[in-house]
Design a protein around this ligand. Sequence first.
Ligand SMILES: Nc1ncnc2c1ncn2[C@@H]1O[C@H](COP(=O)(O)OP(=O)(O)OP(=O)(O)O)[C@@H](O)[C@H]1O
Ligand SMILES: Nc1ncnc2c1ncn2[C@@H]1O[C@H](COP(=O)(O)OP(=O)(O)OP(=O)(O)O)[C@@H](O)[C@H]1O
Ligand SMILES: [Mg+2]
Ligand SMILES: [Mg+2]
Lengths: 265, 265
Amino acid sequence: MRIIAFVNQKGGVGKTTTTVNLAAKLAERGGKVILIDLDPQAHLTTFLGIPPGNIKRSSYSVLLREESLEAALIPVRDNIKLLASELNLAAAEQELVSVMGRETRLRDAIRQYSHKCDYVFIDCPPSLGLLTLNALGAAREVIIPLQAHFLSLQGLSQLLETLLLVQSRINPELKVSGLVFCMFDSRTTLSGEIVRDIEEFFNRQREQDNCWRDIRIFQTRIRRNVKLAESPSYGRTIFEYERNCHGAWDYNALADELEAMVTGE
Amino acid sequence: MRIIAFVNQKGGVGKTTTTVNLAAKLAERGGKVILIDLDPQAHLTTFLGIPPGNIKRSSYSVLLREESLEAALIPVRDNIKLLASELNLAAAEQELVSVMGRETRLRDAIRQYSHKCDYVFIDCPPSLGLLTLNALGAAREVIIPLQAHFLSLQGLSQLLETLLLVQSRINPELKVSGLVFCMFDSRTTLSGEIVRDIEEFFNRQREQDNCWRDIRIFQTRIRRNVKLAESPSYGRTIFEYERNCHGAWDYNALADELEAMVTGE
Ligand SMILES: Nc1ncnc2c1ncn2[C@@H]1O[C@H](COP(=O)(O)OP(=O)(O)OP(=O)(O)O)[C@@H](O)[C@H]1O
Ligand SMILES: Nc1ncnc2c1ncn2[C@@H]1O[C@H](COP(=O)(O)OP(=O)(O)OP(=O)(O)O)[C@@H](O)[C@H]1O
Ligand SMILES: [Mg+2]
Ligand SMILES: [Mg+2]
């Protein structure tokens, strides 16, 4: 079972869009997927056509130990179950502050889930607070969606520092397995420069012993494509909305790369 | 003095880019501007070419009352002073949780500042936590940068609810004065539909007594333009980087609209 958190504290870089569409393709190929929405804005939940206002059992109740993961999961597609978010989730960060083992609530909940599952994907909010820490405490792998813009680069070193801390204090298994460029526009020189900067940065770090030494910069670039921004307004994944567009091809190719990775399973 | 918070908990919609470039144009025209960076990612600070790591006095120290606003301001351009952010700012949210009057720390600091100033602009993080609440407690006006995408629409009602709460409990003067579409791509039908939805939504609310009844949907659309994404990598505003591009023209037009608004001053 691969447990992957999609993390980047920079807002609007494609975390939710990548989590949903990658999961959809893997599920289409027969993988059993659990999606976990840890964003108080509940975009993953909305994306799949579920109104967050109607949720009775959510990631909020699982983090506060009122529900088991199994009881709170909602089947949303063939092979996909969702742990939905609700707006109260923002309150969970404050409520968890003084609780023992506050960062490992989600990990405990996933461990107690006894059914067969191939992938657990966790969509994170744009911050490095307790909700994201719970995702990092539960995950075995991190994938970083990144926009090839200067401001998106800024937060990368802070993100890596946080990952090191989590690895040394909360979750020794955690490793950064991939980075994927989203909303990519290959016509601009800016995107080419940023890709080069990133590849050089990580290549220099290969010899060091840190949780991102084996990071894979995915060859697949998710190109900017308005269909990817349209599909959530119909509560549909890109494959349900428009199978013949860049967005669908790019996430299909990304799913190929993800499956081809040999993990330590 | 106009105190304006640029708020939207949806990530990556153009808050920082709008705060900086609008301020730059108003300052060019002779307005005295104070910029306040309330985002722990310190993107406003980085955008202006200031490395957040070197900051001694920041919005963190002002919120925790260790410094006055006057002592912490850094002159960054003609007519522009910056209250920088530092990475510790994320810790301020946790430290302020149990403090009396935690939402009005920034308001108090601005009130004690006695020098002449035409605009105070506050850049907010992508969340509705204590840092954004401090901005809303201090501001008289809110401008909402919005991307014409479905997922960006989702958070709008939650944002308006939060603004109502702030107005009734912390800051009765607060009003939503404007909404500006950023990263706008008029070629897609999606953007036209979203603009229509937004205009209809707010036109229906004109009769009600709430803090957004007089909202102005700015006619200026900030079009998607790679120059706006390139300029921060040089620590420059769009007017310093490339005066002859859509980005510079659009922010110039937005400054015109902002100045033309008759406020309750
Ligand atoms: N490749 C793409 N091309 C065009 N639009 C995209 C693409 N990927 C995502 N989008 C759109 O861009 C916006 C940001 O994407 P998304 O919400 O997935 O990012 P996020 O990182 O999850 O944001 P947040 O930080 O708010 O959680 C959304 O409106 C989405 O529909
Ligand atoms: N009109 C535009 N055209 C093209 N790129 C833009 C435009 N406005 C902003 N950008 C770029 O898009 C990204 C998001 O913008 P920005 O950082 O200003 O949004 P934000 O709302 O402040 O994000 P956050 O929620 O992370 O604070 C940045 O990389 C920025 O350079
Ligand atoms: Mg998201
Ligand atoms: Mg910002």
